[in-house]
Every structure is written in structure tokens, then in C-alpha cells.
Design a protein around this ligand. Structure first.
Ligand code: HEM
Length: 560
């Protein structure tokens, strides 16, 4: 029986990926607390406007698209999934979702008790800058935005307030976003110096980090928010599903491909404690948390990481390397060779179709034809099956990576059943499923920022992804993935080969693509992979429950 969560007590951005929920625009605003009492008053005033995870009675408002880049795919999936919990109270979906989070220094500046602070995990106390050697950021510290380079003393980041907004038909954010931003600025001014808004985002020294889904022209030229990132891939398919996150009906649909894999190969929701403090985790333990327990329970930790994308280098590398790749593996058409190389790097074709369910270019085209046919016929049952095929796969049928390279970005980030100690066993009785991977999952909640000229992609400029992840343990989940699976390749028998998309590439970086299953070709080695992604700053935040937020705002945290 799945756990029932207290949705009113949990901040909404943990359970919901706002980008796909009709909020394609965002502004993240950062503050420094200069006076604890005034800072707490600021928090207390904000608290009343925070968006919780309570379910909405109008969830489709502002949702012109969804995962799988095709609206009907989602409708097909969601049709059965939105049934109510009996008696559940629902709220009206806002036009702007507002959430709040604190750095460790922020909690200190708000005068949280020492006992509470000292029970916070080390990596959160350290903050992202001091964890640079662990994360592989050391070489990029000087390239960070001013707000992160100068995050010390009176310009130290303490509070993050996120505003995620709906969009108008012309592609601009709804007017409510300006109104909420102005309200936030007013609240800050009224704190009489207690709280200061920090500038320093991007080359314009902006007063907030703006983000937007990449807009694509829809019918009649009306811009439609897409799930594309700036390298051109559709993103946001793979996301963990955990107990209590969805209604039971929605969970039953989403758990396939999103949950954990049991020894008998069924999909189950992950334990809520992997993503929310104060709940049993995958080890059936309630992990140690800052006291009192009400301060931690239903809260979690957040990674905020601005990642610049070198789109010019990516485009040049694909053009040059795919010409060689096509020759070696026998793909004559340059466009096909380029798309195949792109897919091998990520693990999905540019439109999100996974290599595991469409390993060759021909299979990909067949998948697209199946989708087009089901769409034309409005065949809901088939659309629901197709929607599942975007996420429903395991790696056991592909031990060497003939379909999806073992070191492709996606396969590293969520190893599914690949690290089962009995992965190679032919006897299903030995199989353990995804048990090792289950402690490394993260909820991804980011949006792109900036714009790219697709006709002339260049590294220069202001564009990338603001990567946001939630997990109960930054150390065990996010940092492990970032350090071991992005910046090393040992778990994949790939020595020190880093992630082809995200890893640090020192000029000698390589990426090995095993041949197709029925091919005699040798493995193809992509050499001298350029640096494709560069961190531009960020930090770790504590995302409190509504109860804890009240305790912070009112200054009533009693750790005894
Ligand atoms: C510029 C930065 C990044 C880009 C362009 C990028 C791109 C992608 C793409 C295209 C996918 C496939 C779509 C999907 O399965 O949802 C993906 C999946 C994923 N990425 Fe990234 N990513 C970036 C950063 C990161 C970082 C920093 C992490 C973790 C530390 C990460 C973790 C994941 C995970 C967990 C998945 C889902 C895998 C699955 O569930 O099968 N990504 N990413």
C-alpha cells in the first residue's frame, strides 16, 4: 500500500516538475539576510504565498504541451490517472507558483538554533563552492556569474525564492509574474535593510535568473513551449516516481519506467524517504535529520546549478565526428549519421525516443510512423502504449551497449537494472533489479535559460540549463551521480571516461560506441570530445516543509 503524503505540508516544486505543468517561464530571486528578526518577518510574509503540493482542481490550465512532445500522448496517459482520492481537498492552480529555500548560511543568518544547524549534513554546510573538487568544478570557479563568485559576507546567497509562471500566447510570461516580482521587491524594501536582493546573474548583472522553456512555432506561428534543451534534445522523460507522489491510478501508469525495478522485474514506486526527509527510505530507515524532527520532516535538499551549454562546439563536433562515424559503421546519409551519433551520446534520439526501444535509425523512423498513425487515428490505447515506450525499458537485454552505449548520458544517470550484481546471470532467480541504483535517484526540476540561434550555434552567449535536483541526501544521491557517474567511468568498466555530454573533457576525452548487435564493425571511439557543459555557479539549499517554514518565520524552532 502506497504511502499517503501530507501534500499541504510539502512545497509544490518537489512533487511537480513545473516546466511540464504549464509553467514554462521562471524567475529565481536570491536574497541576503542582514538582520535575523527582519529576515524572519520577510520569510513569514512569504510563507502565506508559498505553493504547496496540494493537488489542483484545474491541472490542465496553461498546459499546451507535455512530455513526449505530443499533447495527445499525455492526454492518453493522464486520462485514467487523474481520478481523485476520495475526500481530497483540491486547490485552484495559481498562475505563478512561488517556492522558497535556504542555504546553510541563510539558516544561520536567520538565527536558527545551533543544535538544529549542527545536525545538518556536511555537504550542505560546505555549500557548492567548497565542494568544487568533489563536483569537478574547480577549473570553472572563475567563470561563475558574479552572484556566485561574490557569495561572501553581505553578498552571500541566503534565500532563494522561485517564481514559476504560465505563458501568454505571444510567448511572454503572464502579467502576474511581473506583479509577483514587484511584490517580492516591495517586501524586500519593506524589510528596511533586513533583507537585500542580490544581483549578478549573467553578463547583464540581472536581478534574477530568468528561465524559459525553448519555444517552437506552433500552428499559425503561435509559440509553443517545448521540452527541448539547447543541444536540441527533448528532455524531461526520466523522473523517479515515489510513494504518495501521485494518486494511485496515476502512480500505476507512471511507475512503469519511472520507479524502481524489483527482483521479479516489476516496477514499484521508490520509498518517499529518498526524496523527503522524515520518511522511510530505500533502506527502510528514517535517515538522521536536523532536530526537531518537525523541522526536517517533509522538507528536502535542492541542488541549484547553472550549466552553460557550448552549443557551437557540440554542433561542430557532431558534424566532424559523424562524418568519420558514418564511414566506419556504414551509414551513408550524413544526416542519419549525425542523428545516430547524437542519440548514442544521450541514449535517446533528438525527439526523445529511447535507443533501448528503437536502436537504429530505421527503428526510430518506424517509431515515429507508429506515433503519426496513432495520432491521426486518435487511437488513445495505442498512444498510451507509445507514451509508455518512451520510458519503459531495462538495460538487461543490452549488456554490452549495442543498442544504448553503457556510457551514454542517460544510461549513466539512471542505471536502472545495469548495476544489479547478478546483471550477467541467465537465471532470473538471481536477479535483484535496481537495488543499487535506488539510492542514487534524483528528482530533476530545471528549465533552460537564454536563447540559441539554431542557424549559427555559438559557444559564446548566455544559454544553458538551470539544473535543479531534489534528493534527501545531497552526498549519497546528487554528489555521487555527479562525481562517480559523470566525472568517472569505473562503474561502467570505462576507466576514467567521463560522461560524453556533462563530464570534464581535458582535450583527450573519448567516448566508446559499441557496434550495433548484428554488425561486424569494431567499437567506434569518439576521440577528443570537447568541453560541452560548463558550470556557471549555484549552491545547495534546504527546502523546508510548510511547518518548518512557519517555525523559521516565527523564530520558534526549539531543538530540545
Ligand atoms: C546541460 C546539462 C544537461 C543536459 C543538456 C542534459 C540532457 C539530458 C537529456 C537530453 C536526457 C534524456 C531525456 C530524459 O531521459 O529525460 C537526460 C536525462 C537525464 N539526465 Fe541530464 N542533462 C544535463 C545535466 C544533467 C545533470 C547535471 C544530471 C545529474 C547530476 C543529469 C541527470 C539526468 C538524469 C537522472 C536523467 C534521466 C535518466 C533516466 O531516468 O533514464 N543531467 N539529460
Amino acid at each position: 500500500m502506497t504511502e499517503k503524503l501530507d501534500l499541504d505540508d510539502i512545497q509544490g516544486n518537489i512533487l511537480r516538475a513545473y516546466g511540464g505543468q504549464g509553467f514554462p517561464k521562471a524567475r529565481y530571486v536570491f536574497f541576503n539576510v542582514q538582520n535575523a528578526a527582519k529576515g524572519r518577518r520577510f520569510v513569514e510574509q512569504l510563507r502565506r504565498r508559498i505553493t504547496t503540493a496540494a493537488r489542483w482542481d484545474n491541472p490542465k490550465q496553461g498546459r499546451p504541451f507535455h512530455r513526449g512532445h505530443h499533447p495527445r500522448l499525455v492526454d492518453a496517459v493522464r486520462a485514467k490517472g487523474l481520478a481523485d482520492y476520495p475526500g481530497e481537498v483540491r486547490l485552484t492552480k495559481p498562475r505563478v507558483a512561488i517556492n522558497i529555500a535556504f542555504t546553510f548560511c541563510g539558516l544561520m543568518a536567520l538565527d536558527m538554533p545551533t543544535r538544529t544547524l549542527r545536525e545538518m549534513p556536511d555537504e550542505f554546510i560546505d555549500g557548492m563552492e567548497r565542494r568544487a573538487p568533489v563536483l569537478g568544478d574547480t577549473a570553472y570557479l572563475d567563470r561563475r556569474d558574479a552572484i556566485w563568485r561574490n557569495s561572501h559576507g553581505e553578498t552571500q546567497v541566503h534565500i532563494l525564492v522561485s517564481l514559476n509562471a504560465e505563458m501568454q500566447p505571444d510567448g511572454a510570461p503572464v502579467a502576474e509574474l511581473d506583479a509577483e516580482t514587484a511584490w517580492l521587491e516591495r517586501l524586500c524594501a519593506e524589510s528596511e535593510g533586513g533583507v537585500v536582493l542580490l544581483r549578478g546573474h549573467g553578463p547583464d548583472d540581472a536581478s534574477y535568473q530568468a528561465m524559459s522553456a525553448v519555444l517552437t512555432p506552433g500552428p499559425d506561428g503561435v509559440p509553443i513551449p517545448s521540452n527541448k534543451e539547447h543541444f536540441g534534445f527533448s528532455d524531461g522523460f526520466g523522473d523517479p516516481v515515489f510513494e504518495g507522489q501521485f494518486t494511485p491510478q496515476a502512480e500505476a501508469l507512471r511507475v512503469v519506467g519511472g520507479g524502481k525495478i524489483d527482483g521479479d522485474q516489476t516496477w514499484l514506486p521508490l520509498a518517499a524517504g529518498e526524496f523527503l526527509l522524515g520518511h522511510p527510505d530505500e533502506a527502510q530507515e528514517i535517515p538522521g535529520a536536523a532536530m526537531p524532527i518537525d523541522f526536517s520532516r517533509n522538507g528536502t535538499f535542492m541542488v541549484y546549478r547553472k550549466l552553460h551549454e557550448n552549443v557551437g562546439s557540440f554542433s561542430d563536433y557532431i558534424a566532424a565526428q559523424s562524418a568519420i562515424y558514418g564511414r566506419v559503421v556504414g551509414i551513408a546519409d550524413p544526416g542519419q549519421a549525425a542523428d545516430t551519433l547524437r542519440a548514442k551520446i544521450v541514449g535517446r534520439w533528438p525527439d526523445g525516443v529511447p535507443l533501448m526501444n528503437a536502436p537504429t535509425h530505421k527503428d526510430w523512423k518506424a517509431f515515429q510512423a507508429r506515433l503519426a498513425k496513432a495520432t491521426a487515428a486518435d487511437d488513445k490505447a495505442e498512444l498510451a502504449r507509445i507514451a509508455a515506450d518512451y520510458v519503459n525499458f531495462k538495460y538487461r537485454p543490452d549488456p554490452v551497449g549495442n543498442r544504448c552505449p553503457v556510457t551514454a548520458h542517460m544510461r549513466r544517470m539512471n542505471t536502472r537494472d545495469m548495476l544489479d550484481p547478478a546483471f550477467g546471470s541467465k537465471n532470473p532467480k538471481d536477479w535483484n533489479g535496481s537495488v543499487l541504483n535506488n539510492r542514487r535517484r534524483i528528482l530533476r526540476r530545471g528549465l533552460p535559460y537564454g536563447a540559441v540561434d539554431a542557424a549559427a550555434p555559438s559557444d559564446a552567449g548566455e544559454h544553458g540549463i538551470v539544473f535543479i535536483a531534489y534528493c534527501s541526501s545531497l552526498f549519497r544521491q546528487f554528489e555521487f551521480v555527479q562525481q562517480q557517474w559523470i566525472q568517472y567511468g569505473l562503474d561502467f568498466n570505462a576507466g576514467s571516461d567521463t560522461c560524453p555530454l556533462l563530464g570534464n573533457h581535458d582535450g583527450e576525452a573519448k567516448f566508446v560506441i559499441p557496434p550495433d548487435i548484428d554488425s561486424d564493425a569494431p567499437p567506434f571511439i569518439c576521440d577528443r570530445v570537447p568541453q560541452l557543459v560548463e558550470p556557471r555557479g549555484g549552491d545547495y539549499f534546504f527546502v523546508p516543509s510548510m511547518t518548518a517554514l512557519r517555525m523559521i518565520g516565527m523564530g520558534i524552532v526549539d531543538p530540545t
